[in-house]
Design a protein around this ligand. Structure first.
Ligand code: UFG
Length: 340
């Protein structure tokens, strides 16, 4: 049997690039698609170094129906993993139309192309943001869903669109994967998270403080109802997340049943715990300043990760120390990201 051929959208991004490598290592044939709107072409060189083969790649916006048609017409595609989307919560409140146009428009263009070409196996990049402000911890997949910002709305709507499609045509096999907080980088230090401008997320900010690009970390809130008062999140190594996508693809291609699953470790860490773990891993001080709560933030969020384990046979293998060590190696080797 020939290896399944998988299209990755948003393939040059942080999670996309790590998943690309994981799928190649698992024996899939991969074709990547990206418009580099939030990534760098240098990722392709890095992937070539890591995999030993030239990556098969198409530069296009996922909303470009003609480009998608050309990809699906060139050679049959067995499954799609859809990452391509905007993902900054704050930016989404300032530019809601751009978020709906890209995230919803992209999903519609993609699923229409898939339907036209009878490719009905899809892994969708969803987010723990669909749980809004969770009532119960750890969060199970059957918890109530809500959105508190336009980015979150696009993920929730994306899930709704796919659930409707699945109901209308049960031939679709879909995995809706709800990521918690992806951090870390490939152990080679060749690929990792490369945010443009001032990082929104905790780990990229911490690594930039440690490398001397920024003077200190602002800790947003130390009066939450958590053990040390700072926000608690379920940080998951991007390599574990990538492996979760390979497991989901095996499941869909084999079982042809829809699945909605959390991808998290099942444990939470506070901002101050992350800072201490990072200082230990890097040997560098990370000065902090306490600041008011960030609007829209919640106190705590961590996954009940049992469903993905039961159905996919997947579980995380990297702890917080490994996440910090790998983020640090990536930052040290690429102090100015891929552009530098
Ligand atoms: N934090 C700081 N200082 C910073 C950045 C973050 O103290 O400079 C704190 C936050 O207040 C929060 C924790 O670090 O307590 C994690 O914040 P992130 O911004 O890294 O992550 P969030 O949990 O807020 O957001 C992430 C994704 C979103 C997604 C959300 C919910 O970035 O895309 O999880 O799933 F919507």
């Amino acid at each position: 049997m020939t290896a399944p051929r998988v299209l990755l959208t948003g393939a040059a991004g942080y999670i996309g690039s790590h998943t690309w490598l994981a799928l190649l290592e698992a024996g899939f044939r991969v074709i990547g698609l990206d418009d580099f709107s939030n990534s760098s072409p240098e990722v392709l060189n890095r992937l070539q170094t890591l995999s030993g083969t030239a990556p098969e790649f198409v530069r296009a916006d996922v909303r470009d129906a003609m480009a998608l048609n050309a990809v699906f017409s060139a050679e049959p595609i067995d499954a799609v993993v859809h990452f391509a989307a905007f993902k900054a919560v704050g930016e989404s409140t300032a530019k809601p139309l751009a978020y709906y146009a890209n995230n919803i428009g992209g999903l519609l263009a993609l699923t229409e192309a898939m339907q036209r070409h009878a490719c009905k196996t899809l892994v969708f990049s969803s987010s723990a943001t669909v749980y809004g402000n969770p009532e119960q911890l750890p969060i199970r997949e059957d918890a109530p869903l809500s959105a508190t910002n336009p980015y979150g709305s696009t993920k929730l709507m994306g899930e709704d669109i796919l659930r409707d499609l699945q109901r209308a045509d049960p031939q679709w096999a879909m995995a809706l994967l709800r990521y918690f907080n992806p951090v870390g980088a490939h152990q080679s230090g060749l690929i990792g998270e490369d945010p443009r401008g001032i990082p929104n997320n905790l780990l990229p900010f911490v690594t930039q403080v440690a490398v001397g690009r920024r003077p200190h970390l602002q800790v947003f809130g130390n009066d939450y109802n958590t053990p040390d008062g700072t926000g608690v999140r379920d940080y998951i190594h991007v390599l574990d997340l990538a492996a979760g996508h390979a497991a989901a693809l095996y499941y869909l291609l084999d079982q042809r049943r829809p699945i909605t699953a959390n991808l998290g470790t099942g444990s939470g860490h506070s901002v101050l715990e992350v800072v201490r773990a990072f200082e230990l891993a890097s040997g560098r001080p990370v000065p902090v300043q306490f600041a008011p709560r960030r609007p829209g933030d919640i106190a705590a969020s961590y996954a009940d990760a049992t469903l993905a384990h039961q159905l996919l046979g997947w579980r995380t293998t990297h702890d917080l120390a490994a996440m910090c060590a790998d983020s640090w190696r990536w930052q040290r080797q690429n102090p100015n990201g891929l552009a530098g």
